[in-house]
Design a protein around this ligand. Structure first.
Ligand SMILES: *Cc1c(COP(=O)(O)O)cnc(C)c1O
Length: 372
């Protein structure tokens, strides 16, 4: 019986390498609240990623919620329906109304041409997602934001380490959010971060993630408990030692898929633009049923029957969930590209220790499904 092949598998360095970190925590008895590993990881990540400041969080969703609170976002925010549901949920947690606009079918990211027409007097910000780690059209988005006086917060949960023209994509906009969830390229079991440009906003965010404490007796706002603990931070330090080889391995797997699947009738691969140092976070394909000879869901069922955990990511769209369905901007007729891609997408397994043998099995199933 062949073993199950997951769609992703966490970067998990050898256990014995983690033991000294744990011993250090036991010695110091500092378990959380900005301990030594927390401090180390904030500066090590800022340096590795090439950004000014990092505020660590216990997960990416609390980082998103806090980023919006830190910038005092109210009213309406323009965002994408083609994302993980936490993107839109972070708006509801801030009593902000999401306004959905369609994506550009080439990048799967918010289409700047659709953003402008969705702006109303209540709009205060844009919340785009660098979907699959492919950069948004950051220049066009910033231009609109500057024209209308809007903030830009990037959900960069997929974009760890991504650079465009040699500069971190995480420096774009007012703030960017990372997720270090187990399924992401870089993980701390659960975890996340806000990337911020200056010390002043970092200070505010650091207060907000610790209940709003500015000092022992001062609460500056109704903050949340979003702190990353020392075990997570220590694991992050260990991950950092392994991240470059993990990214190189992802690249190798990506290129093998590319060689095997380019030109298969009815299968469209992700477009990675020039001048982008990508992180090979996902391997999405689009299945055009009429040309491929089988539907996306037929292919999905074939994989699942062989215990290969491919994922329809993102399906359903955020706008199909009950708390978003009734919003006028969520109407399917306004989001044709998002709907079309959501009905065709399938993410194939990609992770650093995916064996070439298992990868070949994934490829063979796809090729044999072609033509029905
Ligand atoms: C993973 C993810 C999140 C949420 O991050 P968590 O760390 O799981 O809370 C938010 N947005 C996107 C696009 C994600 O993929």
């Amino acid at each position: 019986m062949p073993k199950m092949i997951p769609v992703t598998s966490p970067l998990l360095p050898p256990l014995e390498e983690f033991i000294p970190y744990l011993e250090e925590i036991w010695r110091s008895k500092r378990l959380t609240n900005g301990g030594p590993f927390h401090e180390q990881l904030e500066s090590a990540l800022a340096e590795y990623l090439g950004v000014e400041h990092i505020c660590l969080f216990s997960n990416g969703t609390l980082a998103l919620v806090t980023a919006l609170q830190a910038l005092r976002i109210t009213g309406e925010v323009i965002t994408t329906p083609y994302s993980f549901v936490a993107t839109a949920h972070s708006l509801l947690w801030n009593n902000v109304k999401p306004v959905f606009v369609d994506i550009d079918p080439l990048t799967n990211n918010l289409d700047p041409r659709r953003v402008e027409e969705a702006i109303t007097p209540a709009t205060t910000a844009i919340l785009p997602v660098h979907c699959y780690g492919i950069p948004c059209d950051v220049e066009a988005i910033q231009k609109i934001a500057d024209t209308y006086g809007l903030k830009v917060i990037y959900d960069a949960a997929h974009a760890f380490g991504v650079r465009q023209n040699g500069t971190s994509i995480l420096k774009q906009g007012d703030l960017s959010i990372l997720s270090f969830h187990a399924t992401k390229v870089f993980n701390t079991f659960e975890g996340g971060a806000i990337v911020c440009p200056d010390k002043k906003i970092k200070q505010r965010i650091d207060y907000l993630k610790n209940f709003g404490f500015a000092d022992e007796v001062t609460i500056m706002a109704p903050g949340i408990n979003g702190k990353m603990n020392e075990i997570q931070a220590a694991f992050g330090m260990l991950q950092l030692k392994h991240i470059d080889s993990a990214l190189a391995q992802r690249k190798r797997i990506f290129e093998r898929y590319q060689r095997a699947l380019t030109g298969v009738n009815g299968i469209q691969l992700l477009h990675v633009p020039d001048h982008v140092d990508w992180n090979y976070a996902y391997f999405p394909i689009l299945v055009d049923e009429s040309r491929f000879g089988a539907s996306r869901d037929e292919l999905y069922d074939r994989y699942r029957a062989r215990d290969i955990m491919v994922r329809r990511y993102f399906y359903p769209l955020i706008t199909e969930f009950p708390m978003y369905r009734s919003l006028p901007s969520g109407d399917a007729s306004r989001l044709p590209h998002a709907h079309s891609i959501s009905s065709q997408v399938l993410c194939l397994p990609i992770f650093p220790d995916l064996s070439f043998e298992n990868q070949d099995e994934v490829v063979d199933i796809l090729l044999s499904a072609s033509g029905g």
